[in-house]
Structures are given as structure tokens and as C-alpha cells.
Design a protein around this ligand. Structure first.
Ligand SMILES: [Zn+2]
Length: 593
């Protein structure tokens, strides 16, 4: 692996496998639109006439078109994400967005005509061996059928979309344009919500407290508008649910996640039952920080400092921790590094954060991150390569249409990869302080993903229930249920400041995708359950896990985890996941004993 010896600055994307240059990409987009139009011309209005082999031929062709669109799209967005100031790349991205939506529009008929088929012929097609590689995704599409209205009704609903999205746009703008005057030690300057929140990770307690108090003071004047936006959106969603026939406001999200209400219910209930694990850690953490009790602003305070990790060491850790799990995963990691599919170091103009994108059956995934040498960056590298190995193995085995899972399952392999990299780090790390920081970080990441996201989902559920009873979602009502749901988690272990009653007001998930957050809890818990199985019996676990990765999105979450003996309907399954969380807590407490 050539990347090991270089510094993070030398580890950059090489996009040549995607396309030679921007001009070629434009030409290819234009050709792709023509090819798609020709394809649609041959098949539109004919899906009901096709036999299994005919439908298979159509889907294979559509798969090729979708992969070309993906490859060209990734070239354009990657150029922009490498350098936001690249004028040629920005022009190309605009051009590509328009072409991509033309391609998409030309292909919409495939799904619509498939859904329109009667159950009899559709079931016969689904049972045929020719369509095995597409069957699951085709079946999932048909589950929408009972909720789809007539074409003129759907068109009318579509036509009012801009008016509805004006509410979320207004909410976004109210939060994004907030400039809160704050002095972080170098004189008073305007602060955004995110910068104030980032101070919660500072070792300086005064800064954490003052930052959070400034945030709530800054939100206060906008809270009426923020609540009105939320009220309008919740009211609209409930009205549409009635028109479409959804009985519960969580149902549309559960469908996206391919989870039934019973599973989600069992997971939420088991999590709320286990809130005490979180409180036990908060109490222990107060002791470590020399405090009687945590205040909310101490929640994410660092309890220790980890050492620096040069890029070469990080790559070796991911390589070695993957290799000892399965050589196949390490092979994919090295192949991606060697092919220039990793962009590691932060640079001016480069996108922030980290992500992994899959491309096609013939091109390995691409990973972007902002490596700065902290241990958390090593864990992030492992996380993104959990996604990349999942994508690579699923694309090797499945059709392009079937490779991707819903959000709830997508974060399972990344979380699992994080856990095995953490194991390796904790076992071999010679520096005591770093090892302690690692075990605390692993516990706190689990708590943030599992407990916190369930608190948010339970708050949303109560908001929808209030609105369904015909009550307006005023700031006072939202604050009341927000504090109640948070107090159920934090209890006496963490003091909540008065301003925290406005904590609901700036959270984007509530506005954009309802009940989005429980998918994180779900994924983290499933990853911990798998991790528990792995430690019980590594030899029989590993081949099953590789099979799980290679299945991609070609099976439901329940079917994906069944080979591991996990029944997602059973509350006991979820309870046993919390034994893993408790183990992480014991480990963190033992590190400081
Ligand atoms: Zn992820």
C-alpha cells in the first residue's frame, strides 16, 4: 500500500477512473441523455406486456444507464468537494444536475409502471429466477402501492410542493442566518449556531457554559417563527397521511427503513428502559471532572487527551484491524488507497466532514475525510471504510439497483468497522492517556447515537400526537414536551439549564425528514449486537458477516440479520444490545479506576 509511507497531504483523489476531464464528462452526459431517451422510447407503456426475461433485459439496461449517471455525477461532485473555488467544476456540477434530472425523469416510468401492475402478474414475475437479482427492491416498491393516489391527485400534490417547502426553507434560513455576538476569548464576534455548539467539546468549562447560554439567548427572538414553521409542516404531513391512508405518523419513515412498527417500537422501548446506563456514566464523568454533578454543557467535555497519529500509522491501524477480522476487507481498503480513492487531508476549499460514495460495479468507492491526526480521525477512517467495504462487496455480488440498503442498515457496517478498529487500538495502544480517551470516546459515541437520538424521536412522536389532537405547536408546548423527554434521559445526573427549553428549535432533522434520527440508534444497536456475536464465536461469525455485506440491499433488514440469530421484533434482542453498551461503560470506568 503506497499510501502508508506518505503524509495525509499526499493522499488525494485521482478521478481518472471516472473520466478524463470536464469536457469529456459534458459530452458523455449529452450522450447519456440521448441513450436514456431512446431506452424510454423502446419501453415506455410496455412494461405490462413483458415476460420475466423481457423485464430482466429492461432492468439490466436501466442499471447500466444508472451506473453511467452515477459515475459522471460522482466526477462532478468530487471535483467540487475537492475545491469549492474550482470554476470549471462548479459549471460542470450545474450542467450535471440538469442532465441528471433529465435522465431521472426519463426513467421514472419504470417504477411507476411496475407499481401499476396487478398483484397476480407482479407476483408471478417476482417468483421467476430471471428476476432474482432485482426481486427484493421490486417488492419494496410495490409496498407503496396502497398509498399512491390517482395521477391527477399526485400531480396536484406535487404542484403545491414549493409552497410546503417554503416552510422548511424559512426554518433553515432563520437558523443559518443567526449571528450571535460572543467572545470566545479573542474579542466579541458574530457566531453561528454550529460554532457555538462546537465549544461543547472544549476542555474550558467557562467557554462551554457561556457558549451554550449565548446560543439560547440568541435563539429566543426567533423561536416563534421556528415553532410556526414546525407546526405548519407537522400539520401538513398529518393531513397528507390522512389522504394517503397512513394510520401512524411514523409509518412513512418506517417504510423507507424497511422496518415494521413492532420492530421500531421494541427498539425505542428497550432504549428508554436503558436510559439508566447513560446516567451512570454521567455520574461517573462528573467524578472524573471533579464536579458534584454534570451541567448540560459538560456532557461532551473531554476527560483526557489522546496522542497524535500520523497518517501512515492510521492507515496501518485500519489495514491491520480489518485484516485480522478478514483479509478480504483489508484488501479492499488497500486497493482503494492505491487507486487514489481516498482524499485525506483538510485543505482550503475542500468539503468538511467525511463521507464515502459508491460509484458502479466496475469502480471502487471513493472516501473523503479531513485527517488531522487525532485518534478520532483514525476511527473516522475505519468508519468510512466500513461503508466502502460494504459498497464494494455488495456491488461485486448484486445488481446496481440492489446494492444499497436503507439508512437504518447503511450505518451498521460503518459502526461495526469502528468497533473492530477501536478494539485493535485499545489493545495495542502503548500510551495510557490515549487508551483511556479511546474507551471513553467509544462509550460516548454509542450514547450519543443511541440514547440521544431516541430522545429526539420520542419528542417528535409527542409533537405529532399533540398536533393530531388539534393543538397548535406553540413554543411553550414544544418546550414542555422537550424538557419532559430530556429529563426522562438525563434524570438527576445532569442539570438542564433554563435555556435548554429551546433545545428543540434549531434541529434540522425535525424539519426535513420526520423520525429520521431513530435510524442511528437502530444501526448502532445492531452493530453492537453483531459485535457481541463476533466475540462469542469469531470463526463462524466472519463468513456470515461477509455474506451480510455482499447481500447489500437485496434483502430486508430482518432477513439480513436473521442468519446471526437476531429477531428484531423481540424486545429481548434489544435488551441484550444494552449489555454491550454496559460493557463499554464498565471498560470506561475501569480505565480510570
Ligand atoms: Zn456513516
Amino acid at each position: 500500500m503506497s499510501g502508508v509511507t506518505s503524509s495525509a497531504e499526499d493522499v488525494r483523489w485521482n478521478l481518472s477512473e471516472l473520466a478524463a476531464n470536464a469536457d469529456d464528462v459534458r459530452t458523455e452526459w449529452t450522450e447519456l441523455v440521448e441513450r436514456t431517451t431512446a431506452f424510454a422510447g423502446r419501453y415506455r407503456g410496455r412494461i405490462a406486456e413483458l415476460d420475466a426475461a423481457g423485464l430482466r433485459g429492461l432492468l439490466d439496461e436501466a442499471d447500466v444507464l444508472a451506473q453511467d449517471a452515477s459515475r459522471l455525477g460522482v466526477y462532478g461532485s468530487s471535483r467540487v468537494n475537492m475545491d469549492a473555488a474550482d470554476v470549471e467544476a462548479n459549471d460542470l456540477a450545474t450542467f450535471a444536475r440538469d442532465r441528471a434530472s433529465e435522465v431521472e425523469n426519463e426513467l421514472v416510468f419504470v417504477d411507476l409502471e411496475w407499481i401499476a401492475l396487478d398483484d397476480g402478474p407482479a407476483d408471478a414475475l417476482l417468483a421467476s429466477p430471471e428476476l432474482a437479482g432485482y426481486a427484493h427492491k421490486l417488492r419494496v416498491l410495490r409496498e407503496e402501492k396502497p398509498y399512491v393516489l390517482t395521477e391527477p391527485e399526485e400531480q396536484a400534490l406535487n404542484a403545491r410542493r414549493p409552497a410546503v417547502s417554503a416552510w422548511s426553507a424559512l426554518h433553515d434560513r432563520q437558523v443559518a442566518t443567526l449571528e450571535i455576538p460572543f467572545d470566545a476569548g479573542e474579542g466579541e464576534t458574530p457566531h453561528s449556531v454550529n460554532v457555538l455548539l462546537s465549544y461543547m467539546y472544549s476542555p474550558n468549562r467557562d467557554l462551554r457554559r457561556a457558549g451554550l447560554e449565548a446560543l439560547y439567548t440568541g435563539l429566543e427572538p426567533r423561536v416563534e417563527v421556528l415553532a410556526s414553521c414546525y407546526d405548519a409542516l407537522v400539520g401538513d404531513r398529518l393531513a397528507l397521511d390522512r389522504v394517503r391512508g397512513f394510520a401512524d405518523p411514523m409509518e412513512p419513515t418506517n417504510m423507507l427503513n424497511e422496518l415494521d412498527a413492532e420492530t421500531v417500537e421494541a427498539m425505542l422501548a428497550a432504549t428508554a428502559e436503558s436510559y439508566g446506563i447513560g446516567r451512570r456514566w454521567f455520574t461517573a464523568k462528573a467524578g472524573l471532572l471533579g464536579l458534584d454533578r454534570l451541567e448540560l454543557w459538560d456532557q461532551y467535555a473531554p476527560v483526557g487527551e489522546g496522542r497524535e497519529f500520523p497518517w501512515g500509522e492510521a492507515a496501518e491501524i485500519v489495514d491491520a484491524s480489518f485484516a485480522r477480522f478478514s483479509p478480504r476487507l483489508a484488501e479492499i481498503f488497500r486497493a482503494c488507497v492505491d487507486a487514489g480513492h481516498v482524499d485525506a487531508a483538510p485543505r482550503a476549499g475542500k468539503a468538511s466532514g467525511a463521507y464515502c460514495t459508491t460509484v458502479s460495479k466496475s469502480v471502487l468507492p471513493f472516501v473523503l475525510m479531513n485527517y488531522t491526526g487525532r485518534f478520532r480521525d483514525v476511527v473516522t477512517l475505519a468508519h468510512e471504510f466500513g461503508h466502502a467495504t460494504h459498497g464494494a462487496l455488495a456491488l461485486e455480488r448484486q445488481t446496481y439497483r440492489s446494492h444499497r440498503t436503507g439508512i437504518a442498515m447503511a450505518e451498521v457496517p460503518s459502526t461495526f468497522a469502528q468497533l473492530i478498529a477501536d478494539d485493535y487500538l485499545v489493545e495495542l495502544e502503548p500510551d495510557e492517556a490515549t487508551r483511556r480517551a479511546l474507551v471513553v470516546d467509544r462509550l460516548e459515541q454509542a450514547m450519543a447515537a443511541i440514547f440521544r437520538q431516541v430522545v429526539l424521536a420520542r419528542f417528535e412522536r409527542r409533537a405529532y400526537a399533540l398536533r393530531a389532537e388539534g393543538r397548535t405547536l406553540t413554543p411553550e408546548r414544544l418546550s414542555e414536551i422537550w424538557i419532559e423527554e430530556n429529563a426522562a434521559y438525563y434524570g438527576d445526573a445532569v442539570a438542564l439549564p433554563d435555556g435548554y427549553r429551546l433545545g428543540w428549535s434549531y434541529i434540522p432533522h425535525f424539519i426535513h425528514v420526520r423520525f429520521y434520527t431513530y435510524a442511528y440508534s437502530f444501526a448502532h444497536l445492531v452493530a453492537l449486537l453483531l459485535y457481541g456475536r463476533y466475540h462469542e464465536d469469531p470463526d463462524s461469525f466472519v463468513p456470515l458477516y461477509l455474506e451480510f455485506l455482499a447481500t447489500g440491499g437485496a434483502a430486508s433488514p430482518a432477513a439480513l440479520v436473521a442468519p446471526f440469530g437476531l429477531d428484531l421484533h423481540a424486545k429481548d434482542t434489544w435488551r441484550s444490545a444494552f449489555e454491550q453498551v454496559e460493557r463499554l461503560l464498565d471498560e470506561a470506568e475501569a480505565a480510570y479506576a
